[in-house]
Structure formats: structure tokens, C-alpha cells
Design a protein around this ligand. Structure first.
Ligand code: DAH
Length: 355
């Protein structure tokens, strides 16, 4: 058998066995690489006599073609096998049941705070915060509520020490004091947050939420207060018209003071805001008392303005038809799933402020 035939038979055997792609590449180099068997055989043709050379060249060419065809076919075969085995392994099993998707919900109180902040931000109020644990001075005295003032009892305060110096804030009004002490007028802020009083029934919870408002400048009047609250209530309840009345009241930190009622009626067991002849109290407000301004070093001959305090939970209950305040804070997951808000399902007046 000629040398060429030996090479051919040996390599055809190899090529017929099971090969990996690297092994096939090696075979290709062994035969056709720079110093490969076939390449060298071609080089050696030159040393032969002319009549032998022709015959050898023709044999060598046919062996070369045969081996090359075989190698190419083998490459295709290996690739096809790889693809098939991938398809087999990576097949999606559509019979598997889908995984549970659990999406969190936004608590109605967070939602309402975002809505309120968003509405007031649009008309130039910035958002301030204060601590839940407050001192007696900022919560009462600086707000013109002297020792023995009945308001201190009315608030059913949770004191944190025997001297009654530290307490859980009973309202968000101390943020007024903190804001004015640390800055210079004008002030135009709201302050949403948690507040605490020892009280619990269907419409009261020991922890609840308020938003404080404060606007102090050179010529702010009760007229501005009315316009601002009217705009806020309409935006919040998403109505064009609202019935609103100011009822004279008393707060130590405002003079004059008022409580604001909005008109409503019941239709098919649902509350309709802004219509009808029933009244619902929703907030307290007034012109900031000159004593309060004095306590925070603001000249009351030059500056004046209004303040208000709104019960957030109450507003949320009215807007979203929730009738027991305590459910807000029971952390019942089923309740939250029902009354909570989808992070992407936002009402039309919500403008994307997030906390
Ligand atoms: N702090 C009052 C309360 O908790 C609410 C309030 C009334 C706040 C009048 C004010 C205000 O700023 O001017 O009942």
C-alpha cells in the first residue's frame, strides 16, 4: 500500500470515530497545517522524477479532496449535534405551574400623604418634618399654651417622663416652631407626620396623622387662608365645586381661630363630598397668634400669616370609603391588599412625589 493510502485510511478511521470539535481541529492541522502530512507530501513532490511526479500528484490531490470533504462533513455533523443537544437540554417546560408574583401595596395613609404633599407643593409649599418625641416647650408653651391651659388636658398627652418635659407630640404644630426658629421669614411649609393622643374608638386611634400648614409673610390674610384651603380641598377630592364653611373656634396658637366644615350628602350609602346640606369638620386653622411669633423671634409688627392642621387619616377615610380608622393600623395584610394602592395605579391628581 502506498504511503498516501496509509495516511488516508488511518485518518478516515479517525474521522469516523466520535470526535470533539478540538480533536477535529487537531486532525485538520496534522493533515493540512504548515507542516501537515498532506502539505509536506506536496512539498516533496518536487524531488520525484517527472513521470512519477504526475502520478503522485494526481493520487495526492484525490486523497486531499477526500479527506477535506470528510473533515468538512464532520464539522457540520458536530455542530448539528451540539445544537440538538442544546435544544434538548434548554427546552422550556411549559407544564410547570407559574411562580407566585407578590407585589407590595402602598398603604392608604402613605398614599394620602403623597397626594397632599403633591397638591401643596404645586402652590409653593415645601415639606418639613419634625420628631415624634417632642419637648413640652415646642408642643405647648411656645405655641402659646401656658401651664394649666385646658388644651393640655384636652390633648390626653403621652408623657415620657415624670416631669412632663418630654412627650409624644400631640399635634404637628411644633414643626411650626422648629421651622421658624431655624430660619427667617417668609415661611411657607407643610409638615405631615405621626401624632399621638390617649384615645381609641372607631374614629380615634392613639397614633394618627396630621398635616400642619404655615404661611407667614408681610401681608398674608384670612382671605389667603380661605383661598388656599378651598383649592386644596377641591384638588384632593377631585371636584370642581366644594361647599365650605368657617366656624369660629378657639386654639391658643391662632387668633382668630376657625374650624372648617365641608358640605356632603349620602347617596346609596356612599358619601358625596361637596354637595348636600350636611356638614363635616375636617380641619382647624387661624391667623398665627402674635405671641407665637414672639416666641420664635419673628417680628409680629412686620410679619403675619395663617396656620392650619388637617387630620390625614380622616381625609383618607372620606376619599377612599374606609369607615374604621383602627383598621389603618392593624397591619392586616388582607385589608392592605384590598385598600392599598398599586405602585403604578395612581389617581389623576397624583403628581409623582414619593416619600
Ligand atoms: N393643632 C391643632 C390640633 O391638633 C390643629 C390646628 C388648629 C393646627 C389650628 C393649626 C391651627 O396650625 O392653626 O387640633
Amino acid at each position: 500500500m502506498s504511503d498516501y493510502k496509509k495516511i488516508k485510511n488511518k485518518y478516515l478511521d479517525k474521522l469516523n470515530s466520535n470526535l470533539k470539535i478540538e480533536e477535529l481541529n487537531n486532525i485538520k492541522t496534522e493533515l493540512f497545517g504548515k507542516n501537515g502530512l498532506i502539505s509536506n507530501s506536496f512539498k516533496n513532490l518536487g524531488q520525484l522524477k517527472p513521470d512519477e511526479r504526475k502520478k503522485h500528484a494526481s493520487d495526492l490531490n484525490s486523497i486531499k479532496e477526500e479527506l477535506q470533504d470528510k473533515i468538512n462533513a464532520k464539522f457540520q455533523q458536530i455542530e448539528a449535534e451540539e445544537i440538538n443537544s442544546k435544544l434538548k437540554d434548554e427546552k422550556i417546560d411549559i407544564t410547570l405551574p407559574e411562580r407566585d408574583i407578590s407585589q407590595g401595596k402602598i398603604h392608604p395613609v402613605s398614599q394620602v400623604i403623597d397626594e397632599i404633599s403633591s397638591i401643596f407643593s404645586e402652590i409653593g409649599f415645601s415639606v418639613e418634618e419634625g420628631p415624634d418625641v417632642e419637648n413640652e416647650n415646642y408642643n405647648f408653651t411656645a405655641l402659646n399654651t401656658p401651664e394649666n391651659h385646658p388644651a393640655r388636658d384636652m390633648h390626653d398627652t403621652f408623657y415620657l417622663d415624670n416631669d412632663k418635659k418630654t412627650l409624644l407630640r400631640t399635634h404637628t404644630s411644633p414643626v411650626q416652631v422648629r421651622t421658624m426658629l431655624k430660619g427667617k421669614p417668609p415661611f411657607k411649609i407643610i409638615a405631615p407626620g405621626r401624632t399621638y393622643r390617649s384615645d381609641s374608638d372607631q374614629t380615634h386611634s392613639p397614633m394618627f396623622h396630621q398635616v400642619e400648614g404655615l404661611y407667614i409673610d408681610k401681608d398674608i390674610t384670612m382671605g389667603h387662608l380661605k383661598g388656599c384651603l378651598n383649592y386644596f380641598i377641591k384638588s384632593f377630592f377631585e371636584v370642581d365645586k366644594i361647599k365650605m364653611r368657617f366656624r369660629p373656634s378657639h386654639f391658643p396658637f391662632t387668633e382668630p381661630s376657625a374650624e372648617v366644615d365641608i358640605g356632603y350628602e349620602m347617596k346609596d350609602g356612599k358619601i358625596i363630598i361637596g354637595e348636600g346640606d350636611k356638614w363635616l369638620e375636617i380641619l382647624g386653622c387661624g391667623m398665627v397668634h402674635p405671641n407665637v411669633l414672639k416666641n420664635v423671634n419673628v417680628n409680629s409688627d412686620k410679619y403675619q400669616g395663617y396656620a392650619f392642621g388637617i387630620g390625614i387619616d380622616r381625609l383618607g377615610m372620606l376619599k377612599y370609603g374606609i369607615n374604621d380608622l383602627r383598621a389603618f393600623f392593624e397591619t392586616d395584610y388582607r385589608w392592605l391588599n384590598h385598600f392599598g394602592f398599586d405602585p403604578l395605579d395612581v389617581p389623576s391628581n397624583y403628581r409623582g412625589l414619593s416619600r
